[in-house]
Design a protein around this ligand. Structure first.
Ligand code: MN
Length: 721
């Protein structure tokens, strides 16, 4: 468990003492000089917590000593607030400590100035710009980020001194930016501490509740854990294995995550057994598997709980064997078995590189581990605009990754949820454009298949210069899930003839409006709604994938759900059906069966003789041909959420399993099917009529694009009576 309130107890002697355990004496001089300099500069300054300011750089440096960083980093940590807090010029630091240290200090100062919480509309851009700055600093010298992370960790420990609002916003920023960063750098220990501290300020009640429960459980199980350690130690010794075994309590945040997961499955905290875990550290990789064998012969392993992260390391380099065994037949106990080196990498991640830098053990995997950082910088150069960059950072970097193999056995890292197309574009843009199919582990898969760790992916491509399909950009179809691939496809379309894009865009819009049964004659109005000057510009944007069909659908709905003043001053209340009759709020309304309007459709009310107002689409033939125009009243969609019946006609090749495919897909979209009928035709096609309970046009649009993806389906459209 992370200690939330850290007492400022670090003094310089113990800092140097600890650093001296791995740094040679002559290097310590630099650290000492930096300390003297900082001491003079900060003099009588106090922190918000009331303690001497110097305590902060000291604690920051101590965290870096724990990471095993070099003397320059420690000196820079001690000096990191001197330029900003004491107004000492950087040139002075450079003159005294040299370029290496002054560059580190400068890097940290710049990172500290980055603002993550700009207000107003430019917030996204500001964040993108901030991320970019941070990544540039990282690419230049990772040590800058280590110092910044240590600085943040100590600030989190002393957050209690700030006003509550400030605490929360800093805790949130830590959770959003620094935790994912520490995760990606593989710095497990620091990440766990940042997570726990953030949770403490973001969800204080939850935090205390979990802490309380965990402490109780720990006390209950301590003797059992001790007994398990003892038994295992004996067995390992008998087999001639040297091991260090410890019992440890999981982090509060990881328990919190587990609780959230359990809550969604209807279980409660009492069901969480693995609060305590054993960690077994051995010398060699063979010893890990040997130990695992002994554990499994002592205690029965739980099925499905074994993970071999040694053979399949996690994306950030983490390696370990995980298993859960029923200790003494009563208590499931999680165990992590790893070598000492793996343990260092699990705790310190890429920072472990510096630990071994000075000779003892070269870290060959280091380059591989920061490859993602280089890749990110490359994309940044390619993508150019900050908005796209932010998108790619959010989707590609702060997501968990999968590792897959090329047929030649090369390993590729992709965000979780990536498809064969994402993979193809990652290998080469041209391979993506020419992709016509994919095999995963030798088996043909759909292009929307989600890759898993360890998959071997083979892309089938055509020699013809065919270019990507526009469908690939439709997010509903799930062909592409990385922004990198999406941008490559868009780029391809942007390079095509403008005339072609306009044609394609018009076709797509026609189809979307037609199949949704929305009549919207004023195209200019839609184009302006999307902030395009001309209809052609708008078509071209659709044609090259900048605007998706779903965006069109939701925009049309959004435009129409805005209340329009119709000249009647009475403020109407929403009627039970979710429709407001303007000026006549209390009237009973019902949806007309002849045209079944949906939210987003333009509607009009018709006052019936004894059933209140019936709601029609404006273009419903019954309304158009109505003689008694005085019976018509203005109505608009209200805000009450409800479901509307819609009849959908689907034409398809008659084949086995078609109905099952359709109903499964509809169910996955959480849409109810009120009725289903079908008519077979002589040409081996069939027409299926579904009455669906739909929330609105946007949902219908999404469902349509998915239904069209079912093999054999020829056409899907909303039925006109
Ligand atoms: Mn600081």
């Amino acid at each position: 468990m992370t200690q939330v309130i850290l007492k400022g107890e670090m003094d310089f002697d113990s800092l140097v003492g600890r650093a001296g355990s791995y740094l040679p004496q002559e290097k310590l001089t630099l650290v000492e000089e930096a300390y003297q300099f900082a001491l003079e500069a900060h003099q009588q300054q106090l922190r918000k917590s009331g303690e001497p300011y110097l305590q902060h750089p000291l604690e920051t440096a101590a965290i870096l000593v724990d990471l095993g960083l070099d003397a320059s980093s420690l000196a820079a940590a001690l000096l990191h607030d001197v330029p900003e807090e004491c107004g000492v010029r950087l040139s002075k630091i450079e003159a005294k400590f040299g370029t290496e240290v002054s560059k580190l200090v400068d890097g940290v100062t710049k990172l500290s100035k980055i603002s993550w919480q700009g207000g107003g509309t430019k917030k996204e851009e500001l964040q993108a710009e901030s991320l970019r700055k941070m990544l540039v600093a990282m690419a230049e010298d990772l040590r800058v980020v280590f110092i910044k992370l240590a600085d943040r960790l100590h600030n989190m420990h002393t957050l209690g001194a700030l006003p509550p609002k400030k605490r929360r916003s800093i805790a949130k920023e830590t959770m959003d930016i620094y935790v994912p960063l520490a995760h990606r750098l593989g710095m497990g220990k620091l990440k766990g501490q940042l997570e726990d501290l953030s949770l403490f300020y973001l969800q204080p009640l939850k935090y205390r509740q979990i802490e309380h429960l965990a402490t109780r459980r720990e006390a209950e199980q301590q003797s059992l854990v001790d007994q398990a350690i003892h038994t295992l130690e004996d067995e390992l010794r008998k087999s001639g294995l040297k091991a260090k075994i410890s019992g440890r309590c999981k982090g509060i945040y990881s328990m919190y995550r587990k609780m959230e997961r359990y809550a969604s499955q209807g279980k409660d905290f009492g069901d969480i057994h693995d609060i305590l875990a054993l960690r077994v550290l051995v010398d060699k990789v063979e010893d890990c598997y040997h130990t695992l064998g002994i554990v499994h012969s002592l205690w029965h392993p739980l099925t499905g709980e074994f993970n071999d992260y040694i053979a399949n390391p996690k994306e950030n380099g983490y390696q370990s064997l995980h298993t859960t065994a029923m200790c003494f037949g009563t208590t499931p106990l999680e165990m992590q078995i790893r070598t000492l080196e793996m343990h260092h990498i699990a705790e310190y991640g890429v920072a472990a590189h510096w630990r071994y830098k000075d000779g003892s053990k070269p870290d060959m995997k280091f380059e591989q581990r920061i490859a993602w950082l280089r890749q990110l910088m490359d994309w940044h150069r390619e993508l150019g605009s900050t908005a796209q960059f932010l998108e790619s950072v959010k989707t590609d970097i702060f997501n968990y990754q999968v590792f897959v193999y090329t047929p030649k056995g090369e390993i590729k890292e992709l965000p979780a949820g990536s498809t064969p197309l994402d993979f193809a574009y990652r290998i080469h843009t041209d391979l993506g454009h020419r992709c016509i199919g994919a095999k995963v582990n030798g088996r043909l898969v759909p292009l929307s298949y989600h890759l898993s760790n360890g998959d071997t992916v083979e892309i089938m491509s055509t020699k013809k210069d065919k270019g990507p399909s526009w469908d690939w950009l439709n997010p509903n179809l799930g062909f592409i899930n990385t922004s990198h691939a999406r941008e490559k496809v868009r780029q391809w379309f942007r390079k095509q003839e403008r005339g072609e894009n306009i044609q394609r865009g018009k076709g797509i819009l026609d189809k979307e409006l037609q199949r949704l049964g929305v009549s919207f004659s004023n195209r200019e109005e839609i184009a302006h709604g999307f902030k395009y000057e001309t209809v052609d510009d708008f078509y071209a944007a659709i044609g090259c994938g900048e605007i998706s069909a779903t965006q069109i659908a939701s925009k049309l709905v959004a435009q129409r759900e805005q209340p329009k003043v119709v000249g009647v001053s009475l403020a109407p209340k929403p009627a039970p059906s979710g429709i407001q009759v303007l000026g006549k709020g209390e009237l009973l309304t019902q949806l007309a069966h002849c045209c079944s309007p949906l939210p987003g459709d333009e509607i009009i009310g018709y006052i019936t003789r004894n059933r209140g107002v019936s709601i029609h689409r404006k273009d419903c033939p019954n309304i158009v041909h109505e003689d008694e125009k005085e019976r018509l009243v203005s109505v608009e969609w209200g805000s009450v959420k409800q479901l509307y019946p819609v009849v959908v006609r689907l034409d398809a090749w008659d084949k086995v399993g078609l109905l099952r495919d359709i109903t499964t897909l509809v169910a996955e979209e959480r849409v109810n099917i009120a009725s289903i009928t079908s008519t077979d035709h002589d040409d081996h096609t069939t027409s299926i009529f579904l009455t669906l309970e739909i929330k609105g046009v946007a949902q219908l649009s999404r469902l349509f694009s998915k239904l069209e993806g079912i093999s054999g389906v020829l056409n899907v459209a909303r039925m006109e009576e």
